[in-house]
Write a protein that binds this ligand. Structure first.
Ligand SMILES: [Zn+2]
Length: 492
């Protein structure tokens, strides 16, 4: 089988390039994971969702993917947080590893093949540092070990920063034992009250960057295909990973580098100082997980994304439309046999458009646009079929439904039973808008009585009364259902 032609934007070359993995048919992916000192925020969630979709799509296209995403469980932030809570740093970190797993599951992320922790890989880390010291690219200084940036001529090839500017901007902090301002710590001598391990340079702990070099080499080899992370990791973290890994192995580290854009909150940068950091788990109490994924995916992963109440509400209405369509289609065709025969129009074209969009640097927004066409045709075929042949319509709907399942596996959307998703959505809206469900049920029952008695004026009056309460009713083959209507301002 020929390899599908996927292109991706490579931060290293600043160009879109065809994906040509080192081993044909197999893609090895490393993504820098969370530092587990707190709950992740929705900016982190966007990054991990983007790579979740990259991995799912590569698998959908037939690649064997090895996906590694680490946990940084040894870090200054963890030590600081542990001092504040009075916990052991290791205990605090493992608590937030569990919290991250819960969050990732809640957001329908696939579990990576390997999720290594720094604290489990100290021997690998020491061994790569030793290699760098032996090669003269790193040096020991009073129990610390530093990478000598001047000994690695390719430094800053990813970030394209100017070394003189960098040197001018870097301070040597008190207590630093480094020779030159740009040199960075691979190993830090132990300080009282901090976790530490034995090493050839005495007790200490790894610096931040070295962990990714050590763990990627362990699970993917010294050279692999795709390295991903958020944009703010390019410098210094990814730059330093390249320097360490290529300094030690003499081989190219990652062939392709992918970076996910920033997420703003209502037009402002998300930051602790502005007090506008939104945790994923808090967001998920207000917005459906798939609607949040839909919101993330409706902007290209490399572009900035603005998290705003209006945009989130729109994403939920869009998901509601999709699920209402799927419920109608399932009611019409699920489990039925319409025989073999031709299909109406060219229903397969939407999936092809979706694939073409995703082949082009994982362009999910264009993929979602193809999906709009697919759902539009489903609605047309269920509501106003342009042809009389019921078997033809049924077969076509079944083919479209099957394509939705394929897309669902890639985007992590529509993974729920439509009726269940819609019910959950309704329950949330009922709580938010303070709607009395018993009263709604009573008015619907009255309306059904009026319709039975052919008192259509009364039935219409009851429909209007419900509408005034924010309730929209739908008469389906399975009876009357209802949903919470969009508020007038948002529907406009
Ligand atoms: Zn990393």
């Amino acid at each position: 089988m020929a390899q599908p032609s996927i292109t991706l934007f490579n931060t290293l070359t600043m160009q879109k390039e065809p994906l040509e993995p080192t081993e044909p048919g197999a893609v090895r992916v490393y993504v820098c994971g969370p530092t587990v000192y707190s709950y992740i925020h929705i900016g982190n969630a966007r990054t991990f969702t983007s790579f979740d979709v990259v991995v799912r799509y590569l698998r959908y296209r037939g690649f064997r993917v090895t996906y590694v995403r680490n946990y940084t469980d040894v870090d200054d932030k963890i030590i600081k947080a542990a001092h504040e809570t009075g916990e052991e740093p290791v205990a605090l970190a493992s608590r937030f590893v569990e919290a991250f797993r819960e969050d990732a599951r809640a957001l329908h992320m696939v579990e990576p093949d390997v999720s290594p922790k720094v604290s489990d890989h100290i021997p690998e880390i020491i061994s790569i540092i030793q290699k760098l010291v032996d090669k003269g690219v790193a040096y020991e200084s009073q129990g610390d070990v530093y990478f000598a940036v001047s000994r690695y001529p390719d430094y800053a090839k990813l970030s394209k920063r100017n070394l003189d500017d960098l040197r001018a901007g870097e301070r040597v902090h008190p207590g630093d034992q480094k020779r030159e301002p740009l040199d960075f710590a691979l190993w830090k001598a132990a300080k009282p009250g901090e976790p530490s391990w034995d090493s050839p340079w005495g007790k200490g702990r790894p610096g931040w960057h070295i962990e990714c070099s050590a763990m990627s080499a362990r699970y993917l080899g010294e050279s692999f295909d795709i390295h991903g992370g958020a944009l703010d990791l390019i410098f210094p973290h990814h730059e330093n990973e390249i320097a360490q890994s290529e300094g030690a192995s003499g081989k190219q580290f990652s062939k392709y580098w992918m970076h996910c854009g920033f997420l703003d909150i209502e037009g402002a940068k998300m930051s602790k100082s502005l007090g506008n950091v939104v945790r994923l788990r808090d967001a998920l109490t207000k917005v459906d997980a798939e609607a949040l994924r839909f919101f993330f995916l409706s902007t290209h992963y490399r572009h900035p994304l603005n998290f705003a109440d209006k945009a989130i509400a729109d994403a939920e209405y869009r998901m509601e439309y999709f699920y209402e369509t799927l419920r109608k289609v399932d009611e019409r065709v699920a489990g039925k046999d319409f025989g073999k025969g031709p299909l109406h129009g060219e229903p397969g074209r939407f999936l092809k458009e979706f694939e073409a969009a995703m082949d082009d640097d994982f362009n999910a927004p264009n993929g979602l646009a193809a999906l709009s066409g697919l759902f539009g045709l489903m609605n047309e075929l269920t509501d106003k079929p342009p042809v009389k042949d019921k078997a033809l319509v049924g077969r076509t709907l079944q083919a479209l439904r099957e394509d939705v399942r394929k897309v669902s596996g890639v985007l992590g959307l529509f993974e729920d039973e439509p009726a269940q998703w819609l019910l959950r959505r309704r329950e949330r809206a009922v709580r938010e808008r303070g709607i009395d469900v018993a009263e709604v049920d009573r008015l619907i029952a009255e309306r059904n009585e009026a319709r039975k008695a052919k008192n259509f004026a009364e039935a219409d009056r009851l429909r209007t009364e419900l509408k005034a309460k924010g309730v929209e009713i739908m008469d389906t083959a399975a009876g009357t259902t209802w949903k919470v209507a969009a508020p007038a301002t948002e529907a406009a």
